[in-house]
Design a protein around this ligand. Structure first.
Ligand SMILES: O=C(O)c1ccccc1N[C@@H]1O[C@H](COP(=O)(O)O)[C@@H](O)[C@H]1O
Length: 219
């Protein structure tokens, strides 16, 4: 099976148009403080320009947000997945799960206790994004973690029966290094941007490399 592709950080009508016409499985909108931050009305307007989303699923990303704010932010938007990219606790995500009828993905920042943290969310979340933590930023940094650790995360995801996306500094030039580990998916934000906008050309280069890859080859 081909690894899943998520293109995150869409923050304009142009970005939305370019990623909706790509071969990505998921496209993401950042509702958290970021240079890519969006609000509900904008996303509504950008999506209204499209008759269909070409089978793509839409992901709403939050960082340490209250449940009320999350629910209000995605009201009337066709969101398929909520991604929590901060240090949300198991209790907070259990509560969120009981209030929204959507899968929740948790970002896990690569550090020493990361696998223990993943273990603690078992049964609560439906997927993980493993990202690099950069001081003062929760994500979208363009910085990678040490990819030798990827197998540990994939094994834990497999044990829990949920997908693990690898994120952080992935670009067309280096995506093949990540794909060699057979991740369930890759999540890319800054690596497909040029002058602050999603680039059709970079996305094409990225998706061509992802398309060539078959995850069934045992790691
Ligand atoms: O994209 C952002 O601006 C962002 C802001 C705050 C939290 C997460 C964000 N994006 C997520 O960060 C990773 C990696 O991004 P990058 O490819 O290194 O730029 C990815 O999971 C995005 O979904």
């Amino acid at each position: 099976m081909q690894p899943l592709l998520k293109l995150c950080g869409n923050h304009s009508a142009h970005d939305t148009m370019v990623t909706l016409s790509s071969s990505a499985d998921y496209i993401g909108f950042v509702f958290a403080k970021s240079k890519r931050q969006v609000v509900r009305k904008q996303v509504q307007e950008w999506l209204s320009e499209h008759r269909n989303f070409n089978d793509k699923k839409l992901v709403a990303l939050f960082v340490n947000e209250s449940i009320e704010t999350i629910i209000a932010a995605i009201k009337d938007l066709p969101i398929d997945v909520i991604q929590c990219h901060g240090n949300e606790s198991v209790e907070q995500l259990s509560e969120l799960k009981s209030r929204v009828d959507l899968p929740i993905w948790k970002a896990i920042h690569h550090k020493q206790d990361a696998i223990k943290r993943m273990e603690s969310y078992q049964g609560v979340v439906s997927g993980y994004i493993v990202d690099c933590k950069v001081q003062g930023q929760w994500g979208g940094s363009g910085v990678s973690f040490d990819w030798d650790y990827i197998p540990q995360y994939l094994d834990e995801g497999k044990r829990q029966g949920v997908p693990v996306f690898i994120a952080g500094g992935i670009r067309p030039e280096n995506v093949e290094e990540v794909l060699q580990y057979s991740p369930d998916g890759v999540d890319v934000s800054s690596g497909i941007e040029e002058n602050g906008q999603k680039s059709r050309d970079l996305i094409r280069q990225l998706e061509e490399r992802v398309k060539q890859y078959d995850n069934n080859v045992p790691r």
